[in-house]
Design a protein around this ligand. Sequence first.
Ligand SMILES: C[S@@+](CC[C@H](N)C(=O)[O-])C[C@H]1O[C@@H](n2cnc3c(N)ncnc32)[C@H](O)[C@@H]1O
Ligand code: SF4
Length: 350
Amino acid sequence: MSKVVQGEAGSFHSFLSEGCKLCQQGAKMVLFITGICPKDCFYCPVSEERRKDVTYANERKIISDQDVVDEALQMDALGTGITGGEPLLRKDKVIHYIRLLKDNFGLQHHIHMYTSMAPDYDTLKELADAGLDEIRFHPPVKVWDELEGTGYANSIRSAKELGIETGIEIPSIAGVESVGHFANSMECFLNLNELEFSDTNSDAMIKLGYSLIDDVSNAVAGSEEHALEVARNCERMHFCSSSYKDAVQLRRRLIRISGNTARPFDEIGEEGTVYYGHIECIETDQGSVLEKLTQMEVPADMMEIKSKGIDLAWWILEDIAEYIKESGIKLYIIERYPFEEGLIVEKIPL
Ligand SMILES: C[S@@+](CC[C@H](N)C(=O)[O-])C[C@H]1O[C@@H](n2cnc3c(N)ncnc32)[C@H](O)[C@@H]1O
Ligand code: SF4
């Protein structure tokens, strides 16, 4: 599928792979296999905390298979993107999780994988046999001009032969034009990511002369223009902008998760965050506060006892605030990301 889309700096063709379509709906779980990687890209955005041999499904640290299944259920995932670090450094783990996800959620659970390596036919066959649907190769910048003569060309040919939807995914920086021609000659798709600053790459990127587009986004000035150049000659390409990723994909993912996990008294906001009231009190006060709530006939399904207080519907808390406020007890309306211990966006004292 190819259509003309309007970018901030002009219009260009856009091709969406199956994995991208599901990602745009916020329906893809992100399975981070390992944080280790043999490459040393100057733009690497992987956080210090994750640059180890650790596995996460979205923000959940994975200890057992059940954790992976629970996270997919929690967001009602329609597919999974396998990433890292370099996932193929833990090939057996990748194959194990592809099988686990296909067994639990059916063959229609779409799985794509990123790799910076150029795996041989046998490795790709193992991945295809396990059920991998789509692969996105990320060759290092230094070989972009000579991709025909590298292992990436063979890997792309093999992946296509094995029936895996095949593409290249790289950041949109100087030099991408030649990758556009290569993608055409290989008849594979090309995803260009708008280059972004992160905590781990900003020193290197500033030294190389990159700068922010403005003060409110992490996007790098000039990145979109490189993609527009490529779009002139590349049929199956897509530019994934930083603002789209943040504004649309994240919001849709949060809405999916909160729709699945909100308690009866959580209000789901337009951005997918949840709003609820919170009575902060020490354990010894909890009994007397609960007694008051019962006397005021607050329904049991409109509250939940937590270790450091009681959560309840914010509109009920607002109504009864003046009757339960006393020394040592604090009342708040909280807006939070819809995960256990999710980021608190706002905490308004009553
Ligand atoms: C973060 S990597 C993770 C998977 C694997 N390590 C790899 O590099 O392919 C996934 C994609 O992110 C993109 N990427 C890497 N650094 C980026 C940055 N600073 N800004 C925008 N996209 C970036 C690359 O196009 C890469 O294909
Ligand atoms: S291949 Fe990916 S994880 Fe590895 S250094 Fe490059 S961006 Fe980072």
